[in-house]
Write a protein that binds this ligand. Structure first.
Ligand SMILES: NC(=O)c1ccc[n+]([C@@H]2O[C@H](COP(=O)([O-])OP(=O)(O)OC[C@H]3O[C@@H](n4cnc5c(N)ncnc54)[C@H](O)[C@@H]3O)[C@@H](O)[C@H]2O)c1
Length: 350
C-alpha cells in the first residue's frame, strides 16, 4: 500500500508532538508532504526535523491547500482556526484527521458537520483518552457485565492552572469557556465512552472564581442523564488547590449493580464489591496493553479507514454528540436550565 501523503496544519505545540512522537511509528504508512504554521521559527524547526523542502513549508494555510498534493490533512492548531482549515480541506476534497474539539463554537461545529457530510468526506476527531491503557481496562470491565448494569458514572478533572500561563498555550487563559472547550470535551467524551450512552439532557454551571488569573471560565459542575438511562456527573477545575486529577490522572468511577469500578491518579483500575457482613473487597484489574495507545491508536485507525478498513468510533458523526455536550453545557449554564443535548446533536445537520 502506498504511503499516505499528509498535509500537516500546525507545527508547534501539540502538532510538535504529532510530528516528533506520533507520526514516526507510522513512517512506512504516511509521510508529511506539506507543513503549515504561522510562527516562522516553529515552522523551520519542524520542517528541518521532517527534512521538508522550503517550498513545502507554509505560513498561510490557504497557499498550502492550493499547492500541495496530499491524501489527507491533519488539523492540529487552536480550535478557533479549525473551521478555516476544514473548509479548505472540503474545497480540496481531502479527508481530515482533526484534534478535538471539532470547533470553538457550536455554529462553527455545525457548519463543519454539514460541509464535511455534504462533501461525503471522511473526518475523524482525536479522542485519545479513550485509548489509554487504564481507560481501555475500565471500559472492558464495564462491558464484560461482571458488575451488572451501570447505575451512574462520575468524572473528575482537577489541575492547578491558577498561575497565568500554567496551562500550556496562552490561548487557554484568554478564551471564553476555556475549561469546557479545551478540557471537558475529553471528559464528556469519556462519560459517553464509559456509560455506553449518549447525553440526553444536561444541567449545571461553568464559572470563573474571582481570584482566577484567566479570562474564561475555569470551573465546571454538571449532571447528565444518558440515552440508556445511566446518569453521570462531572467536576472540572482549572483552579484546583487540593488533590490533583490532571491529564492522564483523571478520576472516573462507575457505580454498578454488583459493585463499582474506579481509576485515578495511579492509573490502576480497581473493582470494589461490598458484601453485607463481609465488608468491602478491592480487586486490582490487570491493565490492558494495546499495540497502540492514545494518538497512535487513532492514527492507525484513520490510516486503516482510508484504506477501506472499519469506520473508527470517533468519526465526525459520532463526535458531534460529544461536541453537543460541550455547547449544551455552555447553554445550560447561561440559561440556568436543563438542556436537551440529544436534540442539539440530532439537529446539528439542519
Ligand atoms: N488531544 C490532546 O490530548 C490535546 C492536547 C493538547 C492540545 N490539543 C489540541 O491541539 C490543538 C492545538 O493546540 P495546541 O495546544 O498545540 O495550541 P498552540 O497554541 O500551541 O498551537 C499549535 C500550533 O499551531 C500554530 N497556529 C496557530 N494558529 C495557526 C493558524 N491559523 N495557521 C497555522 N498555524 C497556526 C501555532 O503557531 C502553534 O505552533 C487544539 O485543538 C487543542 O485542543 C489536544
Amino acid at each position: 500500500m502506498a504511503r499516505k501523503r499528509c498535509l500537516m496544519i500546525g507545527a508547534g505545540g501539540m502538532a510538535g508532538n504529532w510530528i516528533r512522537r506520533f507520526f514516526p511509528p507510522f513512517a512506512d504508512r504516511l509521510e508529511v508532504v506539506g507543513l503549515v504554521d504561522v510562527k516562522p521559527e516553529v515552522l523551520a524547526a519542524a520542517g528541518d526535523f521532517l527534512g521538508l523542502a522550503p517550498s513545502r513549508r507554509f505560513a498561510d494555510m490557504a497557499a498550502a491547500f492550493d499547492s500541495v498534493e496530499a491524501d489527507f490533512c491533519a488539523v492540529v492548531i487552536p480550535p478557533a482556526f479549525h473551521q478555516q482549515a476544514v473548509m479548505h480541506a472540503v474545497r480540496r476534497r481531502l479527508p481530515i484527521l482533526s484534534e478535538k474539539p471539532i470547533a470553538d463554537t457550536w455554529q462553527a461545529a455545525r457548519e463543519i458537520y454539514r460541509a464535511v457530510r455534504a462533501a461525503g468526506l471522511k473526518m475523524q476527531v482525536i479522542q485519545n483518552y479513550r485509548y489509554n491503557a487504564p481507560m481501555l481496562t475500565m471500559r472492558q470491565v464495564l462491558r464484560s457485565g461482571d458488575l451488572g448494569r451501570i447505575n451512574y458514572v462520575v468524572g473528575r478533572f482537577a489541575a492547578d492552572y491558577r498561575e497565568y500561563g500554567a496551562w500550556g498555550a496562552i490561548f487557554r487563559h484568554e478564551m471564553p469557556h476555556a475549561l469546557l472547550v479545551e478540557g471537558a470535551v475529553h471528559h464528556f467524551d469519556m462519560l459517553r465512552n464509559l456509560s455506553g450512552g449518549d447525553c440526553a439532557t444536561m444541567a449545571g454551571w461553568e464559572w470563573n472564581p474571582p481570584w482566577s488569573t484567566s479570562k474564561g471560565e475555569f470551573c465546571n459542575l454538571y449532571v447528565m442523564r444518558m440515552s440508556n438511562g445511566v446518569h453521570a456527573s462531572y467536576e472540572g477545575s482549572g483552579t484546583a488547590g487540593g488533590e490533583q486529577n490532571t491529564w492522564h490522572e483523571e478520576y472516573y468511577r462507575a457505580e454498578c449493580e454488583r459493585g463499582a469500578v474506579a481509576v485515578g491518579r495511579d492509573h490502576q483500575v480497581r473493582i470494589y464489591r461490598f458484601k453485607r457482613g463481609g465488608g468491602l473487597t478491592t480487586e486490582e484489574v490487570p491493565t490492558v496493553r494495546p499495540t497502540y495507545e492514545g494518538h497512535l491508536w487513532l492514527i492507525d485507525e484513520f490510516l486503516t479507514w482510508l484504506d477501506g478498513g472499519p469506520t473508527p468510533a470517533t468519526v465526525l458523526e459520532d463526535n458531534i454528540k460529544t461536541t453537543a455536550m460541550l455547547f449544551g453545557a455552555i447553554e445550560a449554564s447561561r440559561l440556568d436550565q436543563t438542556v436537551d443535548v440529544a436534540g442539539m446533536a440530532g439537529g446539528a445537520g439542519e
